[in-house]
Design a protein around this ligand. Structure first.
Ligand code: SAH
Ligand code: SF4
Length: 434
C-alpha cells in the first residue's frame, strides 16, 4: 500500500514538473514515505532521516517531507526532534502535496472523509503489473494494529472510478492489476467485492486480477465462486490467520475462530483445487503460551500454506495490545518466530517441488535482476519463475515447464507451442503462445 502511495506522490510531482533523481544529494525535495506497522520500519526511517540532515547544509534549497503513517501518528512532534524537516503529511492527505509545496503549509494530518473520491495520477515504474486502490482505511481495530489509527475509517472507492483507472491501464499495455485494500472482502460501494471483480474481469487487455488483503471473517462463498469462475481472477489468496489459538485470536479481536478459518480453507480448496494460499502470522502476542504457539505450528502443518509472512509482535503505541500485560520476552519471541519460519520453509519447498515437471502459465515481467539472460515472471498462483528467454517476452503470457524448485522461486524452460498437446492443457483462458 505504501509503495502505491509513493507512486501517487511521484505522479503528482511529475505533473508539477519535478523529475526523479537517482542521487539523493542532487534532490531539491526528499519525501520519506514511512510505515509504522512494526517498530523495525520506524527505526529504519529514523536512522535515514538523521543521515540526510547534512544534505541541507550543502543545498539550502532542499526541502524534506515526512509522509505516511509515522507522519500521521507523530504530526508536529516530528519537527521537535528533526528541525531539518519542512513538511509532514499523512496517508489521507497525499492529494494536498502540490498545494503544500507552494503554500508552505507545514502539517497535513486531518481526516479526509472524501479520500475515496480522489483519483490521483500514479506514476508507475513497472509496465506489466499495477497496484490499484479500491478502498482506504480500516474499521477492524485488531488489537495489535496501528492501521485504523493512521489510515482512518474504511472508505470504498466508487466502482466506476476503479473501472476507468484499470481500463486506462489496459490501454497502456498493463496485463495484471492487484486491487488494494486492508479488507477487500468488505468493499462496499455501488456493488460488493465479487460484483467489482465481475466488472473488472470484462476489461479487455487485462489478463490477470489479484487482490490483497482478504480478512478471513468476511471471506464469502460468493467470492470463492468468483475466484473459481472468473477467468482473469488468479488462483491465489492471501488470508492472514495471525494465530492458531482461539484465545489469542479473541485477544487480537480478529472475529473468527481457528475452526471458522479452517472451514473457509476447506471450501477454498474444495472449489479451487490448485489454489495457492498464503498467510500472515504474529509470534509472541502478549500472554501467548508455549501451547498456544504449538497450535500455530500445528495450523501450519494442517493447512500447508504456499508461503507465509511471520513477524514478532511489536507493541504499537495507542493500540490495545500495547497495554496488555504478560508481554513475551524477546528471546522466546525470536525462538517462536524461528520455529514458525523453519517449519514453513520445509513446507514451501515441498509444495514447490510438487510443481516439478508441470507446465505453468507465466506472465513475464522482464529480465531477472541478477541475470540479464534470464526472464522472470509469476505463475497464476503467484510463484516466481525464472527461465532463459528474450527480453521481448516482457508482458507476454508464456508456458514454462518447471525443472527446479527452490524455496522462493522456481526455474523452468520455455515451452514451445506444438508440445502443449502432450500435456493435455486446458488453459483457463487465451494464452499468447510463442
Ligand atoms: N489488513 C491486513 C493486514 C495489514 S498489516 C489484514 O488484516 O490481514 C500486515 C500484517 O502485519 C498483519 O497481517 C500482521 O500479521 C502484521 N502486523 C500488524 N501489526 C503488527 C504488530 N503490531 N506486530 C506484529 N505484526 C503486526
Ligand atoms: Fe490492521 Fe486488522 Fe485492519 Fe488488517 S484488518 S489493517 S490487521 S486492523
Amino acid at each position: 500500500m505504501n509503495v502505491h502511495d509513493s507512486e501517487k506522490m511521484a505522479g503528482i510531482l511529475k505533473a508539477e514538473g519535478y523529475a526523479e533523481t537517482a542521487y539523493t544529494e542532487n534532490a531539491d525535495l526528499i519525501i520519506f514515505n514511512t510505515c509504522s506497522i512494526r517498530q523495525k520500519a520506524e527505526q529504519k526511517f529514523r536512522s535515514e532521516l538523521g543521515r540526510i540532515k547534512v544534505l541541507k547544509s550543502k543545498n539550502p534549497l532542499l526541502k524534506i517531507a515526512v509522509a505516511g503513517c509515522i507522519a500521521q501518528q507523530k504530526g508536529r512532534d516530528i519537527f521537535k526532534r528533526n528541525p531539518h524537516v519542512d513538511y509532514v503529511f499523512g496517508p489521507q492527505n497525499i492529494h494536498k502535496l502540490s498545494a503544500m509545496l507552494t503554500t508552505n503549509a507545514m502539517v497535513c494530518i486531518e481526516d479526509n472523509p472524501e479520500i475515496q473520491h480522489t483519483n490521483l495520477p500514479a506514476e508507475r515504474k513497472e509496465n506489466v503489473k499495477a497496484w490499484v486502490s479500491i478502498m482506504y482505511g480500516c474499521d477492524n481495530f485488531c488489537s495489535y494494529c496501528i492501521v485504523p489509527y493512521t489510515r482512518g475509517r474504511e472508505r470504498s472507492r466508487p466502482g466506476q472510478n476503479i473501472y476507468e483507472e484499470i481500463h486506462e491501464l489496459a490501454e497502456k499495455g498493463f496485463k495484471e492489476v492487484t486491487l488494494l485494500g486492508q479488507n477487500v472482502n468488505s468493499y462496499s460501494s455501488d456493488t460488493n467485492f465479487p460484483g467489482l471483480l465481475r466488472k473488472i474481469d470484462t476489461i479487455k487487455g487485462i489478463e490477470r486480477i489479484r487482490f490483497v488483503t482478504s480478512h478471513p471473517r468476511d471471506l464469502s462463498y460468493e467470492l470463492i465462486s468468483c475466484i473459481k469462475e472468473l477467468p482473469k481472477v488468479c488462483e491465489h489468496i492471501h488470508l492472514p490467520l495471525q494465530s492458531g489459538s482461539d484465545r489469542i485470536l479473541k485477544l487480537m479481536n480478529r472475529g473468527y475462530t481457528y475452526e471458522d478459518y479452517i472451514e473457509k480453507i476447506r471450501k477454498l480448496k474444495e472449489s479451487i483445487p490448485n489454489i495457492a494460499i498464503t498467510t500472515d502470522l504474529i509470534a509472541g502476542f502478549p500472554s501467548e503460551t508455549d501451547n498456544e504457539h504449538s497450535m500455530t505450528m500445528k495450523a501450519l502443518r494442517n493447512i500447508e500454506f504456499d508461503g507465509i509472512f511471520a513477524f514478532k509482535f511489536s507493541p504499537r503505541q495507542g493500540t490495545k495490545a500495547a497495554e496488555m500485560e504478560e508481554s513475551i520476552n524477546e528471546e522466546i519471541m525470536s525462538q517462536r518466530l524461528n520455529e514458525i519460519l523453519g517449519l514453513q520453509d520445509d513446507i514451501t519447498l515441498r509444495k514447490n517441488e510438487s510443481l516439478k515437471g508441470t507446465l505453468q502459465e507465466v506472465l513475464v515481467e522482464g529480465a531477472s535482476k541478477t541475470d540479464k539472460d534470464r526472464m522472470t515472471g509469476r505463475t497464476r498462483t503467484n510463484k516466481i519463475v525464472n527461465f532463459v528467454g528474450d527480453e521481448l517476452l516482457s508482458g507476454w503470457l508464456v508456458n514454462v515447464e518447471i525443472r527446479t524448485a527452490m524455496r522462493h522461486s522456481l526455474e523452468g524452460r520455455l515451452f514451445s507451442k506444438h508440445s502443449l498437446d502432450a500435456y493435455g492443457l486446458d488453459l483457463k483462458h487465451k494464452v499468447k503462445h510463442l
